[in-house]
Design a protein around this ligand. Structure first.
Ligand code: ADP
Length: 452
């Protein structure tokens, strides 16, 4: 480890500080010269060689200056970190000022080294893996946790990060860092199977800081939760089908008393709700398990939009809204038609449900050359801005009673969010309470297919 040079005490600081100005020191030299010249004048007066004595005095003064210069050079070359020789005159001032500047610099340097040392030892103690790479993505430094978590050893210094972390998802992340603001979660199997959350941050010109931590426990808990919801939804399906079958048979009977009829009608609407809930839960769990969904179909947007519009008109029968359809984009979508249709249809039914009778709803497909938008605009009840950040959470409702009354499961927007995520798209919502809302599904160019 780098040891800072010991900083010696400046023994004569207090004395020298009085003379640190160059002018004061120059006066000392002048006094010496004057002293030598006076002596030379006396000797010259006594001997009669006045000029010779003066030249000799100058020569002594010059020799003294040369000797001082020799001492200065000797100190700078051989022992610059020790206390400088005690010189008077202009050389003494130069030496002192040089030594003081150098000492201050060493104090700052020692502080910096101490700071770096402290930062380094705290990084070494971290349970999170920390790796630094240079502009060429070669590993410069890694803490011990990086070995346990990512398999990066001390010997790997100087090697390219991508030759060690070769997981396809990491390579993809590495080339598009900005597209993953929260980093990525990957499954690594160094000894046991581990799930690791990795985040890359750029610093300096092109250097990278990698921070990774173990999320295996969190991943297992999440998986347990998903499996539980998936299993319970599957288990509920069969009893629900049997119940709805019987309830339907009873409801259809003609000799049934009005009291029982009302009871069966209610049972039927509740079993329908439960069915819708189970179906939505199963769809969500399928969406979370990304691999099962093929996302390479070309979805013909004009035909999908017309289909959605026809369905909307049927659903609109009880509401009497004015429905409009706008298609002015030549792009088709690349993805999974069933999931996309289900997401768009959720947005449309929401607009119809949450708009008081006789409103206006516009369904649109537009693009700006870079991105394409599926939008649903309504003149409905709107949403207070404070609800917007949580709107796509499962079972999050602005008004629970209203949502239940309109047959909502509270999962519609969660499904929309997941479907869009799978298509590299996202949802934008603009809404003003009591005026209406615009829900926009925004698709990047990578999910679009241009049709002439
Ligand atoms: P729900 O089944 O309750 O409709 P969603 O997930 O589809 O569940 O929507 C969540 C909540 O967002 C709804 O309960 C409703 O409060 C609000 N919401 C969704 N769409 C609209 C809309 N177009 N206008 C006003 N509120 C809406």
């Amino acid at each position: 480890m780098y040891e800072p040079y010991p900083v010696p005490e400046l023994a004569r600081d207090h004395k020298k500080s009085r003379y640190s100005s160059l002018r004061t020191f120059a006066k000392q030299d002048l006094k010496l010269l004057a002293f030598l010249l006076i002596i030379a004048a006396f000797i010259g007066y006594g001997t009669g060689y006045f000029l010779l004595c003066a030249v000799f005095a100058f020569a002594v003064f010059f020799a003294f200056q040369l000797y001082s210069l020799y001492l200065v050079n000797e100190w700078i070359s051989n022992r610059p970190y020790e206390v400088p020789p005690n010189l008077n005159g202009i050389w003494g001032a130069l030496l002192f000022n040089f030594y003081r500047a150098q000492r201050q610099e060493r104090v700052v340097q020692a502080e910096m080294v101490g700071l770096i040392d402290r930062a380094q030892s705290s990084l070494v103690a971290l349970a999170e893996a920390v790796v630094l790479t240079d502009e060429l993505h070669q590993i410069e430094w890694a803490n011990p946790a990086a070995e346990a978590l990512l398999g990066i050893q001390a010997l790997d210094r100087g090697r390219n990060l991508l030759t060690i972390l070769r997981h396809p998802r990491f390579i993809e992340y590495f080339s598009h860092i900005d597209q993953y603001p929260d980093g990525i979660r990957v499954k690594l199997s160094i000894e046991d199977e581990k799930y690791v959350q990795i985040k890359l941050t750029r610093f300096g010109s092109e250097s990278l800081l990698l921070v990774a931590y173990d999320v295996t426990r969190m991943q297992n808990l999440e998986q347990m939760r998903k499996d539980f919801v998936d299993n319970i939804s599957h288990e509920l399906r069969t009893p629900l089908t049997v119940l709805s079958g019987y309830i339907e048979t009873f409801t259809d009977q003609e000799d049934i008393s009005p009291r029982w009829k009302r009871a069966f009608d209610q049972m039927q609407s509740q079993t329908r709700r439960m069915n819708a809930l189970v179906n939505d839960l199963l769809l969500l769990s399928r969406l979370e398990n990304e691999k099962q969904i093929p996302k390479n179909q070309i979805i013909e947007m004009p035909s999908l939009m017309n289909q959605l519009f026809d369905d909307a008109q049927a659903y609109n029968a009880d509401y009497g809204h004015t429905l409009n359809l706008e298609i002015d984009s030549h792009y088709d979508l690349i993805g999974s038609d069933m999931e996309i249709a289900s997401a768009f249809s959720n947005l449309i039914t929401n607009a119809i449900k949450y708009t008081p009778k006789g409103g206006s709803i516009t369904i649109g497909w537009h693009d700006d050359g870079e991105q394409a938008y599926f939008s649903v605009e309504d003149t409905g009840i709107g949403i207070n801005p404070k609800h917007l950040p949580r709107l796509t959470e499962r079972f999050y409702r602005v008004d629970s009673a209203r949502s239940r009354q309109s047959g909502g499961t509270g999962l519609g927007l969660a499904i929309v969010k997941h479907v869009l995520m799978q298509h590299a798209a996202h949802l934008e919502v603009e809404s003003v309470e009591n005026q209406g809302s615009v829900f926009k599904a925004v698709f990047p160019k990578s999910a679009l297919y241009f049709v002439d």
